[in-house]
Write a protein that binds this ligand. Structure first.
Ligand code: UFG
Length: 344
């Protein structure tokens, strides 16, 4: 694709952001990261460079500080598109501190859109989530499945962000936006240099599984085994983070090739396969040979029973498909955990 286009990646040292920077650099794009490093560190940029042989430019700045972000964008000139990852993402914390989530996640996006107008950054790819579908009435979920009010303030910031974009692109038709609705991103880079680094006790299933395998946690609690699913545990669509990162490059390519059909487009990004919590636990054991201790526990508040994607719109329009197997993805998550814990 069109080489040397400059892409601004907010939150580019985070979990999905860092993997996306790697794929962008490998595809020939130039990467400028803005990150406040609140949930990551500057060393991630070195790891991206180690993998790709190309160093992204990293600015430590907060997307809510419009003046500072404006100065960075002014100094960088000719940015083709931004990819906006920078956001708070802990569901439980958002219930405790809703204003913090609304202020951070929404002001960051509004600042970016306003600065995009001011400096002529015509394109934006936004990190959204399948949380906007709640518990859908029918599965798999297409982009036409109705959006509902998400359970958590975090989820609601994603829905409101999409609405802000919808209005923005209706008013500014020479600007283009793509929202990518992620299902459950898991796994790590095959190099073992990038992966998910949750602070404190993990909320998400895979980091909890890998930390249990590493001996940091005693046992996994499976939240609910009385759901209306084949084995009684919740079903999700787990997508490999490298596959997910590649979808961002496909979205940028689409913008660069002028292939968008509307000023604002939305894509589901999943594998199309629903996997239960118990299947993840068993699948991890099979993929790694490590036995896991687990118990059944009560349902977790706010969990949907089951959700998985129909990703055919992304397949047809972005020419993208999730390729990695669940087995290799779970093995990559374990490889990453072993590396960071120094386990042989
Ligand atoms: N689970 C357990 N035990 C754990 C952790 C999770 O049984 O210790 C279960 C959950 O109950 C759920 C499944 O594993 O059934 C997946 O849970 P995660 O927390 O990993 O993921 P969620 O599907 O709850 O969350 C994801 C994203 C959020 C997003 C949400 C929308 O991580 O960003 O989907 O539903 F908001």
């Amino acid at each position: 694709m069109s080489q040397q286009k400059k892409i601004l990646v907010t939150g580019g040292t985070g979990y999905i952001g860092s993997h996306t920077c790697v794929e962008l650099l490998q595809a020939g794009y130039e990467v400028i990261i803005i990150d406040n490093l609140s949930n990551s560190d500057a060393g991630i940029a070195d790891r991206i460079a180690e993998i790709t042989g190309k160093k992204p430019i990293l600015y430590k700045a907060d997307m809510t500080d419009k003046q500072e972000i404006g100065e960075i964008i002014a100094s960088e000139k000719n940015i083709f598109s931004s990819i906006h990852f920078a956001a708070y993402k802990a569901v439980g914390e958002s219930v405790e501190k809703p204003l913090m989530y609304y202020a951070n996640n929404l002001n960051s996006l509004i600042n970016l859109l306003d600065l995009s107008l001011e400096y002529g950054i015509k394109n934006l790819v936004f990190s959204s989530s399948c949380t906007v579908y709640g518990q859908p009435e029918s599965l798999p979920v297409t982009e036409q499945t109705p959006v509902v009010r998400p359970e958590s303030p975090y989820g609601n910031t994603k829905r409101i962000s999409e609405e802000i974009m919808e209005d923005f692109y209706a008013a500014h038709e020479d600007f283009k936006g793509i929202a990518l609705r992620y299902f459950n991103p898991i796994g790590a880079h095959p190099s073992g240099l990038l992966g998910e680094l949750p602070s404190g006790v993990p909320n998400n299933l895979i980091p909890f599984v890998t930390q249990t395998a590493a001996g940091l946690r005693d046992e996994i609690k499976i939240f609910g085994n009385d759901y209306n699913t084949p084995d009684g545990t919740c079903i999700r669509d787990y997508i490999n983070v490298v596959d997910l990162a590649k979808a961002h490059v496909a979205a940028i390519d689409r913008l660069a090739q002028n292939k968008t059909k509307k000023a604002f487009e939305v894509f589901n990004l999943g594998t199309g396969r629903g996997i239960s919590v118990l299947e993840i636990v068993k699948g991890f054991e099979e993929a790694t040979g490590v036995k896991l201790k687990y118990t059944m526990a009560p349902r977790r508040a706010g969990d949907v029973e089951q959700i998985y994607a129909n990703s055919s719109f992304a397949e047809n329009e972005l020419n993208w498909k999730a390729e990695k197997t669940l087995k290799e993805t779970l093995a990559s998550a374990w490889n990453w955990e072993k590396k960071i814990r120094d386990i042989q």
